[in-house]
Write a protein that binds this ligand. Structure first.
Ligand code: COI
Length: 359
């Protein structure tokens, strides 16, 4: 491959010869469903295994009105990101093996067949390659990849659907939360103890599509009241932290970093797991345990993690009308962990754990 600098008037990263960027304002990326070029589709019958899929042009899909996913919410999804490598040529996926495994766990819970890890990763790679012009220049964002698995076959009585569709699409994204503070979005959370996102024995610990719409009303209300997002607590004692609507939660006190242990109601986030490892390796004492509201109030720093969110420092948490503020900005633990994580994701630091996969 010959290497030629990108010749437009902009100062975008150089690309391989013959390649070009999509026509996008790369400085204005948010978290929106930007239509790209291709999506990957693979189907299989109930009690069968997925065999082969293919790329289709990105677009609407056809579903029976009586499909399992539309009527009974039989579906799971994943989220992962591809970053353009520092030389502008080639991409890095972050821990796709973990996404493949989590989809399999969720599929099992929802009575669905799932693609093998190899099928999942191949589909993700094909989707990234086919949409390569949509991967933002480094430093501007990433390509967010959304694998979906759904009961696409028709059922009327409550039962697993007779046919399943695995679909992967992608969109270029920037920051999930709009507000920015020194390069990182600092967010304002409100504790919600009337509405719960998950209950013991439910599906909070897997990434089903049904975990998300039930929080929309509380989320909209919180936004109307000036908060960025909601922090949920356990539905029984209403005392222990669970997670935010789309991310896991961490608190920092001195050298100790704590996050709620995943016991069925909390999503085992891949960014959560990565931050636990990075923080332990960096000399922090990391605890997965019950984290109470008192612990939260007493914390020095609070931050959220997720694939979409990455790592968002929390500026304030409001609990029963009282607002508590935390350290944010330069020289914070959140900032250090954010840098360590994103440097690995973007190929700017050595990946000693083999977390990244090249496309
Ligand atoms: C992600 O972080 O990838 C998610 O799936 C959360 C979603 C609500 C954006």
């Amino acid at each position: 491959n010959s290497f030629t600098p990108y010749s437009s008037a902009t100062s975008l990263q150089p690309l391989w010869a013959g390649e070009e960027y999509a026509d996008m304002d790369w400085d204005a990326l948010g978290f929106d469903a930007v239509p790209t070029d291709y999506m990957y589709v693979m189907k299989c019958a109930r009690n069968d295994t997925f065999s082969s899929g293919r790329l289709n042009p990105y677009g609407n899909i056809e579903l029976s009105p009586s499909s399992g996913v539309l009527n009974y919410g039989q579906g799971v999804f994943e989220g992962l990101k591809a970053y353009r490598k520092p030389d502008g040529c080639g991409f890095l996926l972050f821990r796709p093996v973990e996404n493949a495994a989590r989809m399999q766990t969720g599929a099992e819970r929802m009575c669905m067949p799932s693609p093998s890890a190899d099928q999942f990763i191949d589909a993700v790679k094909e989707t990234v390659s086919a949409n390569r012009r949509w991967v933002p220049p480094q430093g501007k964002g990433s390509l967010y990849i959304r694998p979906l698995l759904m009961g696409s076959g028709s059922v009327l009585g409550l039962a697993p659907a007779p046919e399943y569709t695995f679909l992967v699409y992608a969109a270029p994204v920037g920051n999930y939360f709009k507000a920015r503070l020194e390069g990182l979005a600092a967010i304002n959370l409100v504790v919600e103890d009337e509405v719960h996102r998950a209950t013991p024995g439910g599906t909070g610990g897997v990434k089903t599509i049904t975990n998300y719409a039930p929080v929309l009303r509380a989320q909209l209300q919180a936004k109307r009241n000036g908060f960025t997002d909601i922090l949920y607590v356990d539905p029984v004692k209403k005392k222990y932290l669970e997670e935010a609507s789309s991310s896991n939660i961490f608190i920092v006190k001195g050298n100790v970093i704590s996050t709620p242990a995943t016991q069925g109601t909390i999503l085992p986030g891949i960014t959560r797991g990565s931050i636990i490892d990075i923080a332990s390796d960096s000399g922090y004492l990391v605890e997965e345990r019950l984290v109470s509201i008192e612990d939260l109030i007493d914390a020095d720093e609070v931050f959220c993690t997720g694939t979409a969110v990455v790592l968002s420092p929390v500026l304030s948490v409001t609990y029963h009308g009282q607002r508590f503020e935390y350290r944010t900005g330069a020289e914070t633990v959140s900032q250090r962990l954010y840098k360590s994580l994103t440097n690995i994701q973007m190929g700017l630091a050595e990946d000693t754990k083999d977390w990244t996969v090249e496309v």
